[in-house]
Design a protein around this ligand. Structure first.
Ligand code: AKG
Length: 272
């Protein structure tokens, strides 16, 4: 059974991203919102899920949680079974497998993301498709995604030492805002340029990002997270300040809290 129309496939090929409105029904959206709230209340841990924090005018807030699928059964089912993996597999023309998962919270005042492609941060495999699930309304004001349509077929574009698209090149590119409603999904490949502004509203802008690779290329999820932990442990020691990043690329523009500082069990009480 196919989920997508030929128009969807055409748009995907042409633009490099595809929005499917109301992919989840109202009761599914409420369940997903509950899952995200539960994960955001988990205590920080050094060996299970990973929380990242940023400093905002309202204090220290979560910026991102990742590696939560093994610890949240309900969300794991949504991520690894059913219509999300079906639609991603349809776009890949073969079965997909989860590569990584994250929630970006973007609380009021939460930082934006510089223009980038995901591929430089997603190692071991050349190509990924990410399915974004809009948990809250996302608008230009609160930090929705902007894409540069059609620029997914050019390989790396002006990759700078931050792992991002060089700002001089990025500012001349065409950017289209793609606002989303709770329950919408937005699919995009790992070479499509995207960016997002900071949250200027008074409400959080929570989004789940589920990234998949072709199953025929193997299951890399555990290796991805093991490698990320190892890299960040190294960044904390090497004086490079890269432990203020939330990814291997320096695209996050918020005031990130260093990992060594947030791996304290009592910090979560400051975040809600
Ligand atoms: O959540 C956002 O605003 C953008 C996130 C993003 O592009 C990323 O995490 O790579």
């Amino acid at each position: 059974m196919t989920i997508l129309s030929s128009k969807h496939h055409k748009d995907w090929k042409h633009n490099g991203y595809l929005k499917l409105s109301a992919f989840f029904k109202a009761d599914e959206v409420r369940a997903i919102q509950t899952c995200v709230s539960e994960i955001s209340s988990w205590q920080p841990t050094e060996d299970k899920w990973m929380h990242h924090y940023e400093s905002t005018e309202d204090g220290i807030r979560l910026s991102r949680s990742e590696n939560f699928a093994p610890y949240h059964t309900h969300l794991k089912d949504i991520i690894t079974k059913g219509k999300v993996i079906d639609v991603v597999s349809e776009l890949m023309s073969e079965p997909a497998i989860l590569y990584k998962e994250k929630i970006n919270y973007k609380y009021p005042g939460g930082g934006g993301y510089a223009a980038h492609q995901d591929a430089p941060a997603y190692e071991f495999i050349d190509y990924h498709i990410t399915c974004l699930i809009s948990v809250d309304v996302a608008t230009s004001e609160n930090g929705c995604l902007y894409f540069s349509p059609g620029r997914h077929q050019e390989g790396f574009i002006a990759l700078d030492e931050q792992g991002c698209i060089s700002p001089n090149v990025a500012k001349k590119m065409n950017w289209v805002a793609v606002p989303t409603e709770p329950g919408d999904i937005l699919l995009f490949g790992s070479y499509i340029p995207h960016k997002s502004p900071l949250n200027l509203s008074n409400e959080p802008r929570r989004i789940i990002y589920l990234t998949y690779n072709a199953k025929s290329q193997g299951d890399w999820r555990e290796k991805y997270y093991a490698d990320k932990r190892k890299a960040f442990a190294q960044y904390a020691k090497d004086g490079s300040n890269r432990d203020t990043q939330i990814s291997k690329i320096a695209h996050f523009q918020g005031k990130a809290i260093k990992h060594a500082e947030f791996d304290r069990p009592n910090l979560s009480s400051e975040t809600e």
